[in-house]
Design a protein around this ligand. Structure first.
Ligand code: HEC
Length: 124
């Protein structure tokens, strides 16, 4: 049945193509996290969380098992800062939703789930 075989072949080609197209697409929350991170954090922690020798390397410390891998310690540092060590607090500048979005973005970068660069929104 050549027609069925052609359909099957088409399916075998299209399914992996659409899976590849979905790769790296992020939620609206993560996209907002990328935006907030770029505005507030990138100047010290590096564009795309790629690091900066004078600050904590969030790709390492927010990775699974790292000091700020969990949302609570991460959020505490971001809200309160570590003023004596050069990390400003953001509680007067960012809403809890914005901090949660930045956490979602940074955690995804550190877990290797989000590639560097402007992320693509899955709903865009
Ligand atoms: C003015 C520079 C500066 C800015 C802006 C900044 N940070 Fe930091 N951040 C630092 C420094 C310096 C440290 C290291 C503090 C230390 O040695 O404990 C740090 C530490 C941290 C830590 C703790 C990491 C660890 O391993 O303990 C987190 C989490 C963090 N920053 C997140 C953020 C986020 C998110 C933003 C943006 C909302 C941000 N920072 C903006 C300078 C900055």
């Amino acid at each position: 049945m050549p027609f069925a075989r052609a359909l099957l072949t088409l399916g075998l080609v299209l399914v992996p193509l659409s899976a590849a197209a979905g790769q790296g697409a992020v939620s609206a929350q993560v996209y907002e996290g990328w935006r907030q991170y770029s505005v507030h954090c990138a100047r010290c922690h590096g564009q795309d969380v790629l690091g900066n020798p004078v600050t904590a390397n969030l790709l390492e410390t927010a990775a699974p098992g790292g000091a700020v891998a969990e949302e609570e310690p991460f959020t505490t540092v971001v809200l309160e800062g570590r003023p004596d060590r050069g990390m400003p607090g953001f509680k007067d500048q960012m809403t809890p939703e914005q901090v949660a979005a930045v956490y979602a973005y940074v955690r995804g970068r550190a877990a290797g789930e989000i590639p560097a660069g402007r992320p693509r929104r899955e709903d865009a």
